[in-house]
Design a binder for this molecule. Structure first.
Ligand code: FCB
Length: 447
């Protein structure tokens, strides 16, 4: 066994998102979000569940922060539910909704846990969806106003801001494949949503700079580490294409490299062009302070000439986790090396990485989530290697603190290092919780 030490000052945390944990969907002034609408439509969620109650975090803030402190977390990433603080997405604000996040932030700070606030983790106010949501260019204004409200109210205590969580997921899955809210299937609307999401990100960064608040701001992208299914040059080209349509589409513009030509051409030839207007790319490229990186797995890519965009996912070769992902612990270090090289070694926070392990309590009440421990250990080993190689990674947020509502999978996928009994709302630390505490204490992982 060897202890891989992380750099001094490296931060360890956990991540969550409002709709997945808060519950209290009709409490105080909270407005309806697209996830409320979506989950209440038949057939959308595998177990027909919803986030009406979820982990009831809205009523258990202090208890949950105490739990974080008991694990030794140094930072906690959470999101604000837009419709809690602006019930209709614009205009009226809710003091009660704002007060909830004040309580959370103050409780974190009292325990010495640094808050990292995500402005948008998928729960768009339904009133804005009724106006076209992300497909309406005005969303950039609406989002900047909402961001300003948060900077104004929380910027005295929050110094780490994430504009958007995983724009590719809420735009593509929400507008092209339709498996997530708002459940639309239309390539042109996807193109619009994607461009407007990036524009909204840029506008929020500008608003943050103009607010004069201290602190840092960045975007969080969803990532997959793409690998070639074989050694042929055609496959190598297909891997680059996969990177264009996923990684480069959402990183390129933010880092001033624009959209990949392959993506622009694909959308244009299908009458689904990205609605880029003069000046947009400059707004989107407003410099950020860090890159948020989420990663769960890799994908094997093969060439698919004449089909779709020209690449396809080859059959998985590694064991599959309950989410259908390959168990690929090397993927985190690999992706961090790739993205660092591609975009000039930015400062990176791993804003999400974790493992779905559905272990239930044993006869002794213990939850032995050994798959999570084994794979997370592998992810951290790879990350350590990337840092040794010069990548500038400063923090790691495990997804997630406790089991929660996993979007279209409902409550069927458990990602927590703490078990949530959804009947009683009891939180029971799993084996991985003690293991992670130990990593935090030693600032290193034993492999
Ligand atoms: C990410 C999401 C997060 C959670 C994990 C498992 O894509 O950002 O909310 O669902 O996957």
């Amino acid at each position: 066994m060897a202890l891989l030490k992380f750099p001094d000052g490296f931060q360890w945390g956990a991540a969550s998102a409002a709709y997945q944990i808060e519950g209290a969907h009709e409490e105080d002034d909270r407005g309806v979000s697209i996830w409320d609408t979506f989950t209440h439509q038949p057939g959308r969620i595998v177990d027909q569940s919803n986030g009406d109650v979820a982990c009831d975090h809205y009523h258990r803030v202090q208890q949950d922060v105490d739990l974080m402190a008991s694990l030794g977390l140094q930072t906690y990433r959470f999101s604000v539910a837009w419709s809690r603080v602006m019930p209709f997405g614009k205009g009226a604000i809710s003091e009660k909704g704002l007060a909830f996040y004040d309580r959370l932030i103050d409780a974190l700070l009292a325990k010495g846990i640094q808050p990292a606030l995500t402005l948008y983790h998928w729960d768009l106010p339904q009133s804005l969806q009724d106006l076209g949501g992300w497909t309406n260019r005005s969303i950039a204004d609406w989002f900047a106003d909402y961001a300003n409200l948060c900077f104004e109210r929380f910027g005295d205590r929050v110094a780490r801001w994430i504009t958007l969580n995983e724009p590719i997921i809420f735009t593509e899955f929400g507008h092209r494949t339709g498996v997530m809210a708002p459940g639309i299937r239309d390539l042109a609307l996807y193109g619009r949503a994607a461009h407007h999401a990036l524009l909204a990100h840029g506008r929020a960064v500008q608003a943050f700079r103009a607010s004069g608040k201290p602190g840092e701001i960045g975007i969080t992208n969803a990532n997959t580490s793409y690998e070639a299914a074989d050694d042929s040059p055609e496959t190598a080209a297909a891997v680059e294409l996969a990177r264009d349509f996923d990684s480069r589409l959402f990183h390129g513009p933010v880092f001033g490299k624009g959209y990949p030509q392959s993506v622009l051409a694909f959308h244009e030839t299908r009458h689904a062009a990205l609605p880029v207007e003069p000046g947009d790319m400059e707004i989107i490229a407003t410099p950020t302070d860090f890159l948020g990186t989420n990663l769960y797995s890799r994908a094997l890519i093969e060439a698919a000439p004449g089909r779709g965009v020209g690449f396809a996912h080859a059959a998985p070769r590694l064991p599959l986790l309950p989410m259908g992902y390959e168990a690929a612990p090397h993927a985190l270090g690999d992706f961090v090396r790739w993205v660092s090289k591609e975009y000039g070694n930015p400062k990176i926070y791993i804003t999400e990485n974790g493992v779905c392990d559905n272990s239930e309590p044993g006869p002794d009440g213990q939850i032995n989530d050994s798959t999570r421990i084994e794979l997370l250990g592998g992810f951290l080993k790879g990350l350590h290697g990337a840092i040794e190689a010069g990548c500038d990674v400063r923090a790691f947020y495990q997804w997630s603190l406790y089991d929660n509502f996993e979007w279209a999978f409902g409550y069927t996928k458990r990602f927590g290092m703490v078990y949530t009994d959804f009947e009683t709302q009891k939180r029971i630390p799993k084996m991985s919780a003690a293991w992670y505490s130990d990593i935090i204490r030693r600032n290193g992982v034993e492999v």
